[in-house]
Design a protein around this ligand. Structure first.
Ligand code: ADP
Ligand code: MG
Length: 321
């Protein structure tokens, strides 16, 4: 379980603040894959960093908090908050940063990467037994045993990403966060990575949070989906429902922009650009690009509208129906 309560985070830059995450609240349940979607620059990576408790200058939390359910070193169930979550990295929560496979330490073999991560847990381990456990786990994830002695440059992009996923899930954390895990990989390799992630989730029955700008990824793998726009979470619901009946005009445009099989027309993106996160406009942040915007939309931020008990969206128009 993971809960975000009115979370806001910003970058402190010389000329002011970039308000990258604005008043975001949601819960990630046990045993689900929760997706976070939205255009580049809308705050997805920042949100994930704050969820992981990876907050350092120039990033700061300006309001709210994150809580996760976990276990302490003796196995007792505990609730950890921002500031404490860091202490349970790897054990309760793990994080695959955007572009992780491009920054694997080139002089460190895969086995050493595992030992380094595990030794951070202060647990005593028998290296030989551990090595066998790692090999077994790699095997389970359909990776050849030989990768354990490989240097990153000896592995393909897809293989590196698989090793990173293995590393992030080896200690069986209750929460796994992955930022754009398939971006920059070709479509066939992408599919393999997504299959691997959902298999790992089904086996561990943990919570996974997948950030991707690619709606196709969410369609394939997530159970519930949150749509971000300009630092805010503007719609949350079961993935199927978001695709079949999106309720926020931005989500509707995102879905309509997706290519469909047999459709030969060139799809157009959404015209216009998101507002500045330094000085966001007073009303709905999507108003300037929204074909349905009214005067109210330009002056007042919409409240969350509950469509049903699992689906919500923040749009003034929903209140008029
Ligand atoms: P996404 O992952 O959705 O593409 P990010 O979370 O990376 O979005 O970025 C959100 C906003 O924060 C963007 O406007 C980006 O330019 C800004 N930003 C990201 N990192 C920094 C930083 N280190 N300093 C200042 N602004 C940043
Ligand atoms: Mg990002």
């Amino acid at each position: 379980m993971m809960r975000l309560n009115n979370l806001s985070a910003r970058y402190n830059i010389l000329t002011g603040y970039v308000n990258a995450v604005d008043n975001v609240s949601f819960e990630v349940m046990d045993n689900e894959i929760f997706g976070i979607a939205g255009e580049s620059g809308c705050g997805k990576s920042t949100l994930l960093k704050v969820m992981y408790d990876l907050v350092s200058y120039p990033l700061e939390i300006s309001d709210g908090s994150v809580e996760i359910g976990g276990k302490d070193s003796s196995g007792k169930a505990v609730i950890l908050k921002t500031g404490e979550i860091k202490k349970s990295w790897w054990r309760n929560i793990s994080y695959i940063p955007q572009g992780a496979m491009h920054v694997m330490n080139p002089v460190t073999k895969v086995d050493t990467q595992f030992y380094d991560a595990i030794s951070k847990q202060n647990c005593n381990f028998n290296k030989k037994a551990l090595r066998q456990e790692i090999i077994n786990y790699l095997h389970e994830l359909e990776l050849p045993a030989s990768v354990i002695s490989a240097y990153p440059h000896q592995l393909s992009g897809g293989m590196k990403q698989r090793v990173i996923i293995a590393l992030a899930t080896f200690l069986n954390p209750g929460i796994v966060l992955a930022d754009e895990p398939t971006t920059a990989l070709d479509v066939v390799v992408q599919r393999g990575i997504l299959t691997m992630l959902s298999r790992v989730q089904r086996k561990m029955k943990n919570s996974m949070v997948i950030v991707s700008h690619d709606m196709g990824v969410h369609y394939q793998i997530t159970n519930r989906l949150g749509i971000m726009y300009a630092g805010q979470m503007i719609e949350i619901g079961p993935t199927e429902e978001i695709f079949s009946t999106p309720r926020h005009p931005y989500t509707q445009m995102l879905i309509n922009a997706l290519p469909r099989i047999g459709d030969l027309n060139q799809k157009e993106g959404i015209p216009g650009t998101p507002p500045s996160l330094k000085n966001p406009p007073p009303g709905c942040r999507f108003a300037a690009r929204c074909p349905k915007a009214t005067d109210l939309c330009r002056v007042k931020q919409p409240e969350v509208f509950q469509i049903n008990d699992r689906h919500q969206a923040s749009c003034h128009l929903l209140y008029d129906l």
